[in-house]
Each structure stands twice: as structure tokens, then as C-alpha cells.
Ligand binder design. Structure first.
Ligand code: ADP
Ligand code: MG
Length: 214
């Protein structure tokens, strides 16, 4: 396709995210063992395995049905904070996208922004709180900038992935102000946030799916 993403590309994105989460399961759990309860890798792997199992039973025909299925499965299959947060991200993204077969570049950026806003509505995280927000917010900003400039979507999503990785790495010195890590206070500094790490995987997966489709 010339631009944007269709349901096949979105499904590929979700599959690639599942694969990345499973591949990095031990790493994500190790990060969570330093400042949380050592379950982020298993939470995300369990959730994304359930998501992919449901999608493989039949990919929905519209973008909103696909994304709402992903979100609902995450909310219902992940016990930790990350399940409802990622679940809300996909649900809100789907609601914004609507019953369409594909999204153009601007609609994709807008839907991702709606997903991010959903995470904020649910978890109240702000910049610098040492959460997944700190990787996702710069990624969504970078995608907006790329799309506004008229960059092709492969380049814009690659820039978003780079921004997510930078945001992830920038969580290391931060003191956590949200979630379980906040219970540690100052002792949470010096560690990378596990949710920011999984969010970087989410945007890597998006860039790879888009690059592969174009
Ligand atoms: P739990 O903390 O319940 O064990 P996980 O370990 O799966 O859940 O996920 C932890 C991650 O969730 C954190 O690393 C952080 O990025 C993210 N997180 C926690 N609380 C919030 C929040 N209020 N807003 C945004 N992200 C959050
Ligand atoms: Mg945890």
C-alpha cells in the first residue's frame, strides 16, 4: 500500500510486538525485579500470547475491532498495572480509529495519540514519573512531527522508535513517582523502567511492520 496501515499491517505489528516481548521476557522481568515485583516480562508475554491467539482465530475486518480485541484481551489476561494500561492504550486507539479498513498516516498518528491520552487518563503519569509514558510520549511526538513534515511513514515510525528508545534510556536516573517503583522512593533511581522498555519494543515493532509493508 502507498501510505498508512491496513488491518494486515496492524496485525503484523501486534505479532511482532508479541515476538519481541517473548524474546525479551527475561530482560523485562529482570528490570522489574530491580524496582518492582519481577513480573513485567511474564505479564506482557502472557497478555500478548493471549492477544495473538485470539487474532489468529480470525483477524477482524476493521481497525477498531482489531485494536479493541487487543485491548480487551490485555485488560482481561494481565493482572499487573501494565495490562489495564496497555489495554486502555489499544482500546482508545481503536475508538479513535473507527470502523475503517485502513488508517492514513495522519489518522495513525492521531489514533496513537488517543491511546497515549488513554494511558494518562487511567494512570495519571506525567513526564519524568519513570513510566511507560516517558518512552511513549516522545515517540508519539516524533511521529506527529514526521507526519506533519510529510515524511514517509517508514521514516516517521523509525523516528518514533528512536525517540521511544531515547525516552526509555532517560528513565534510568529518574525517581519513580507512579506505580510500584514509587514505593522505593530515591532507591528507584539508577534503574531503567520496565514499562518504558516494553514500550520501546512496541514502537520498534510498529516501525518494522510499516517498513515491511511499504
Ligand atoms: P505491576 O507494577 O502491577 O507489577 P507490571 O510490572 O507489569 O505491573 O508493569 C510495571 C510498569 O507499568 C512500570 O514499569 C511502569 O512503566 C508502568 N506503570 C505503572 N504505573 C503506571 C502509571 N500510573 N502510569 C503509567 N505507567 C505505569
Ligand atoms: Mg511488576
Amino acid at each position: 500500500m502507498m501510505a498508512g496501515v491496513d488491518t494486515a499491517t496492524l496485525s503484523d505489528w501486534i505479532h511482532r510486538f508479541r515476538d519481541a516481548v517473548v524474546e525479551n521476557k527475561d530482560r523485562l522481568t529482570e528490570l522489574d525485579s530491580a524496582i518492582g515485583d519481577a513480573d513485567h516480562g511474564s505479564n506482557m508475554a502472557r497478555g500478548m500470547d493471549a492477544v495473538v491467539a485470539k487474532l489468529d482465530a480470525g483477524v477482524p475486518a476493521t481497525v477498531d475491532e482489531l485494536l479493541k480485541s487487543v485491548g480487551m484481551t490485555l485488560v482481561s489476561s494481565v493482572g499487573g498495572a501494565s495490562g489495564p494500561l496497555y489495554g486502555t492504550f489499544f482500546l482508545r486507539m481503536g475508538m479513535d480509529a473507527g470502523a475503517v479498513a485502513s488508517l492514513d498516516d495522519a489518522a495513525l498518528a492521531k489514533a496513537l495519540r488517543a491511546g497515549l491520552d488513554g494511558i494518562v487518563a487511567r494512570g495519571k503519569a506525567e513526564a519524568g514519573d519513570k513510566t511507560m509514558f516517558d518512552a511513549m510520549s516522545p515517540a508519539v511526538d516524533a511521529l506527529d512531527v514526521g507526519v506533519a513534515r510529510g515524511a514517509d511513514l517508514a521514516a516517521a515510525t523509525a523516528a518514533a522508535a528512536t525517540a521511544a528508545a531515547a525516552g526509555r534510556d532517560a528513565t534510568v536516573p529518574l525517581v519513580a513517582r507512579k506505580g510500584r517503583a514509587s514505593y522505593l522512593g530515591e532507591r528507584s533511581a539508577g534503574h531503567l523502567d520496565p514499562g518504558a522498555a516494553s514500550t520501546a519494543l512496541l514502537f520498534d515493532a510498529l516501525a518494522a511492520a510499516v517498513a515491511d509493508a511499504t
